[in-house]
Design a protein around this ligand. Structure first.
Ligand code: C2E
Ligand code: MG
Ligand code: MG
Length: 237
């Protein structure tokens, strides 16, 4: 019987200074219906959360992405994977995840700046116990996985995360990025966050860049990396 299926689409993450190079890609879960329609995560992830299905989706995406990472033979790339804190704090799931990731050590490269696997963390439900999340993450961090704080500035991703978790990347919320250069308050805020991140040794990624104008604004603030439809849409390629 034909069934809808879950798979990951991949969106490029690029350097903003020339020559523009692809440094990584983000895995984004998609539902492909029996008719071949592709439903983006944004259309079903909230319902999946309510139904408790997100850890299962995360596992599919993680497995697929690690296989992609291992198969990749080109220049080093980072693989950004969204993981729910529900997955990170469920011990049985986490065990499976660690088993999946540790062999993924093969896809790490020699370049210390470009180790491969990055987990993106955000919080769409309640602020959970950060100490527990931190503890759960330790074996993964020891295995070389790094962390990105997703949607920073959205209210789903707070300074407390930054204070308590060893974050390597900060992804600034697209709703803020879109207002750069047109809204002075937002521009000042994003500039300050960028400086703070630099002081903390954290790489900033601007999300949701849709135009050359916004790409220029982002670059003018010294944000090193970007992602958005302007550079490439999520796809199967
Ligand atoms: P996110 O992680 O912040 O991902 C960025 C979202 O913005 C994606 O939507 C992406 O397709 C979209 N996007 C990228 N560039 C642009 C742009 O230039 N303009 C606009 N308007 N949108 C852009 P998507 O794939 O629908 O995902 C929505 C959210 O669902 C994600 O936000 C993430 O929080 C969550 N999600 C996606 N995949 C997974 C997954 O495998 N596991 C978990 N737990 N959550 C996921
Ligand atoms: Mg993300
Ligand atoms: Mg985001």
């Amino acid at each position: 019987m034909a069934q809808s299926r879950i798979r990951a689409a991949y969106q490029p993450i690029v350097t903003l200074t020339p020559p523009r190079t692809m440094v990584g890609e983000e895995a984004l879960v998609r539902l492909v219906t029996t008719e071949g329609a592709v439903i983006p995560a944004g259309a079903f992830i909230a319902a999946a959360h309510t139904a408790g299905l997100v850890p299962a989706l995360d596992e599919v995406v993680l497995t697929e992405t690690l296989a992609r990472c291992v198969a990749w033979t080109g220049p080093p790339r980072l693989y950004f994977i969204n993981v729910s804190t529900a997955l990170l704090t469920a011990p049985d799931r986490l065990d499976a995840l660690i088993r999946a990731v540790v062999p993924g050590g093969r896809c790490r490269t020699d370049d210390p700046y470009l180790r491969s696997v990055v987990f993106e963390i955000t919080e769409r439900e309640l602020l959970s116990d950060l100490a527990a999340v931190r503890k759960a993450l330790n074996p993964l961090l020891d295995a070389g996985v790094r962390l990105a704080l997703d949607d920073f500035g959205s209210g789903y991703s707070s300074f407390l995360y930054l204070a308590d978790l060893p974050v390597s990347f900060l992804k600034i919320e697209q709703a803020l990025i879109r207002r750069l250069g047109r809204d002075r308050r937002v521009t000042v805020m994003v500039a300050a966050v960028t400086r703070m991140a630099a002081d903390l040794g954290i790489t900033v990624i601007a999300e949701g860049i849709e135009s050359a104008r916004v790409a220029r604004e982002v670059r003018a603030l010294g944000i090193p990396w970007g992602q958005g439809y302007y550079f490439g849409r999520p796809g199967w390629g």
